[in-house]
Design a protein around this ligand. Structure first.
Ligand SMILES: CC(C)(COP(=O)(O)OP(=O)(O)OC[C@H]1O[C@@H](n2cnc3c(N)ncnc32)[C@H](O)[C@@H]1OP(=O)(O)O)[C@@H](O)C(=O)NCCC(=O)NCCS
Length: 355
């Protein structure tokens, strides 16, 4: 190791094709990926190599990635990737945006590795006309790094976890029965896929809920048309590929209208874990405990049909007090907070000495 303590180093960054990497190279990537995954998710089993490989090799309908690395003695000591909208895809709000990911092995941190990767990726992003860069970070090291480069926090997202063994089933059942008396004409149904008019209603609600959430409100980065197309494509692919299943509980009025839903998704190869995704109720139907009823019904469904599940994870905007309160009562505990930082590329380029 010796000279790694001297700073600065002339680290060499190479761009490489991770999607088509040899097994040997992929195993090395998996090694650095897993170390940082463990830091980010200390209470979770590692993501199996075949799942990671399949996620990287998958052909995303709207986004593409380029990969960069710094090697030392053939091992990765740092990696980075830039994600941007695929050329040819219409996306007025997103076409100038790129999300960066950077990881440095713990024993090589604070030696300029991350900065060198950031510099290379910023240079490449300038060539493809990117104007805004976003970096998301769950760990303190990533947050300190982004603050060092004067990123502006535009998104604050908490990850929460609920262990099945901690659930108070009596309370969940009482939520269900109490809420039923307030909305006796509304029925809850479970679906693995939604079709026809149900899908159309669900899609419009999904768009409305995403717009309403402050997820995008710090920067005007919500492209409705892009979101609609991407979401439809993603759903088509999910069903075709058959690895990620989902269950949507919908609340339906007598005339057939859907007024709310909650959804979960899970990878069959990780049977111990379920992701709780969007829960939303139409504005004009709020205040009657429909959100609680949907959540309670979904938990009972998980209990009755998925005996292997050990925990449920969910992400919430840290300002979404109403949903956080429901989750807290159910026993969800915050496991981490991810901050999203935004950088104007020219400001960053100046800071990095590129301009
Ligand atoms: C964030 C990360 C990539 C930084 O990599 P690195 O190789 O240590 O970065 P650098 O050495 O170039 O750091 C540049 C500057 O950022 C700041 N910084 C980085 N890590 C820091 C930390 N843990 N505490 C305080 N400041 C820190 C410092 O100002 C540092 O300069 P200095 O060492 O001269 O003071 C690395 O810590 C990491 O892999 N963390 C886990 C993954 C992650 O959070 N990635 C970011 C989001 S994708």
């Amino acid at each position: 190791m010796g000279d790694i303590n001297n700073k600065p180093q002339n680290w060499e960054v190479v761009e490489y094709d991770l999607k088509n990497a040899s097994s040997e190279l992929f195993d090395k990537y998996y090694s650095i990926y897993s170390q940082i995954y463990k830091e980010e998710h200390p209470d979770e089993p590692l993501l199996p190599l075949d799942i990671l490989k399949e996620r990287i090799q998958r052909n995303d309908p709207s986004w593409c990635n380029r990969y960069f690395a710094i090697f030392r003695n053939d091992d990765y000591i740092g990696t980075g990737s830039i994600q941007f909208v695929k050329p040819g895809i219409e996306a007025d709000e997103f076409k100038f945006l790129s999300t960066f990911y950077i990881r440095t092995l713990p024993e090589y941190r604070r030696k300029g590795v991350g900065t060198t990767i950031l510099k290379k990726m910023t240079r490449e992003a300038l060539k493809i006309d990117i104007k805004t860069i976003e970096i998301y970070s769950m760990l303190d090291s990533g947050k300190a790094f982004c603050e060092h480069f004067q990123g502006k926090v535009v998104n604050n997202f908490g990850f929460n976890r609920l262990d099945i063994e901690d659930i108070d089933w009596g309370m969940v059942e009482s939520w269900k029965t109490e809420a039923e008396t307030k909305t006796p004409d509304i029925k809850i149904e479970f679906h693995e896929t939604l079709t026809g008019k149900d899908w159309e209603q669900y899609l419009e609600m999904q768009i409305a809920f995403f717009k309403e959430l402050s997820l995008f409100d710090e920067e005007p980065l919500f492209d409705e048309e892009f979101f609609r197309k991407d979401f439809v494509e993603y759903e088509k692919k999910r069903i075709e590929e058959g690895v990620r299943d989902s269950i949507t509980a919908i609340a339906r009025e007598i005339d057939g209208t859907i007024v709310g839903y909650t959804e979960i998704s899970y990878d069959k190869r990780e049977p111990y874990k379920v992701d709780q995704d969007m829960t939303g109720v139409l504005k004009e139907r709020r205040g009657k405990n429909l959100g609680k009823r949907l959540k309670a019904e979904m938990l009972l469904k998980i209990r009755d049909t998925k005996p292997d599940v050990i925990f449920i994870t969910t992400g919430n905007d840290t300002k979404n007090e109403h949903m956080l309160e429901i989750n807290r009562k159910l026993g969800f505990k915050q496991s981490s907070v991810s901050l999203g930082y935004s950088f104007k590329i020219h400001d960053l380029a100046i800071k990095l000495g590129l301009e």
